[in-house]
Design a protein around this ligand. Sequence first.
Ligand code: F3S
Length: 108
Amino acid sequence: TYVVTEACIRCKYTDCVTVCPMDCFMEGPNFLVINPDECIDCSICVAECPVGAIVSDHEIAEDQHHFLDINRRLSQHPAWKRISRAKPPLPDHEHWATVTDKLSLLET
Ligand code: F3S
């Protein structure tokens, strides 16, 4: 499966959702996740993300491993909705695109 990692937090560009053939992106307030049970490993979304937030579970960096569980858990969050159409990125996305250690800012 592919996994949305930390770089997405507070950016949420949504370019990724328009190319997903399975519509498996789920949207929260300032982050998206991929439903790992629906992802078919096509990898098309990877190149769409301007901040490189989407990675394969086979290639995910050690310091991003917790996002495997975060994607699985939040894709089942009752308040998170499926998203398949792009929308404008969040305000200040340019600032947040270069910030690391954003996990504490992830809103559910
Ligand atoms: Fe997030 Fe990148 Fe998609 S910032 S919403 S994973 S295009």
